[in-house]
Write a protein that binds this ligand. Structure first.
Ligand code: UTP
Length: 297
């Protein structure tokens, strides 16, 4: 049974500087919650209540967000703001939060390796804080099912346009009898469109066998001088046991990429339009704005 989730949040977030000078990019708000809260909620909804966050510099904001804030609770209680009180209590009661420090941001693979002691000898999930999966289209439960059936490791994949594959890890796959499940035979990190083995891109959700740690320990820094998680999973993909085989679950639901400026803005707008309280008014304003009649408020 998988019960632990690891969420790496120790990257430098250079694409959002200067916003991320003193705040982790995972704390950037997506409408009214920091991006990372959606991800913790997704883990908990799939039954993973033990959450280990890998933090770097500026870890305070992350830890404080998931901790109790007695002073604020007191103030909201006294002023009768029970809706807001429930909202701030929700983030501190959500999961059993644990933290580990990644000294230097040496890459996603290195961040996952810092979880080895906490995880021990069991399979675990990794969720990236800048990939938000719509709660109406959950993928973790299906990945857990596939893991229970085949063992080994499971990654989430999505089909992207040929012109976009160089932004992702790409998988060489073979089909299985399930339309949404493939066997992953190889992985290439950020290939050119010509080199890509397929248009199936690695999305930020993984269920990894504990053998990944041994593979990460021997993984040399790859693209960009960083220890790539993809390179370590690729080793498992070649094995029939000891962490392999690696299967991919194909995700065709709604997802929001908050990892770079343009997709972050698109994600915020899409999610704002869908909120029941804010959505109708915001959508109306947006239509007016787009048609060139922006109001000044
Ligand atoms: P990204 O490459 O998207 O994040 O890593 P980044 O490095 O912070 O962003 P840029 O490229 O500088 O703008 C994917 C995830 O892995 C984490 C990041 O926090 C992000 O959630 N990460 C990355 C680590 O935890 N440690 C690292 O050394 C690198």
């Amino acid at each position: 049974m998988i019960s632990k989730a690891v969420i790496p949040a120790a990257g430098l977030g250079t694409r959002f500087l200067p916003a991320t000078k003193a705040t982790p990019k995972e704390m950037l708000p997506v409408v009214d919650k920091p991006a990372i809260q959606y991800v913790v909620e997704e883990a908990v909804a799939a039954g993973l209540r033990d959450v280990l966050m890998v933090t770097g510099r500026n870890k305070r904001a992350l830890e404080d967000h998931f901790d109790k804030n007695a002073e604020l609770e007191d103030l909201l209680e006294k002023s009768g703001r029970h809706d807001l009180l429930a909202a701030i209590r929700h983030s501190s009661d959500l999961a059993n939060m644990h933290y580990v420090r990644q000294g230097d941001p040496r890459g996603l693979g290195d961040a996952v390796l810092t979880a080895a002691d906490h995880v021990g000898n069991e399979a675990f999930a990794v969720l990236l804080g800048d990939d938000l999966i719509d709660s109406r289209d959950p993928i973790l439960p299906r990945m857990i099912e596939v893991h229970e059936r085949f063992g080994g490791s499971v990654i989430a994949l999505m089909e992207v346009a040929n012109s976009e594959i160089s932004r992702y890890g790409a998988a060489a796959i073979s089909v299985t009898e399930d339309a949404d499940v493939v066997r992953v035979n190889d992985l290439v990190e950020k290939p050119s469109a010509a080199e890509a083995p397929s248009n199936f891109a690695v999305l930020g959700r993984y269920l990894l066998a504990p053998e990944i740690f041994e593979s990460l320990r021997t993984t040399k820094p790859g693209r960009g001088g960083e220890v790539q998680l993809t390179d370590a999973i690729q080793v498992l993909a070649k094995r029939a046991d000891k962490g392999g085989p690696v299967h991919g679950v194909i995700f065709r639901g709604r997802r929001y990429d908050t990892g770079e400026k343009l997709s972050y803005l698109q994600s915020v707008v899409r999610m704002a339009c869908e909120q029941s309280d804010l959505g109708p008014e915001f959508t109306e304003w947006l239509k007016t704005y787009i048609s060139g009649n922006a109001v000044s408020k």
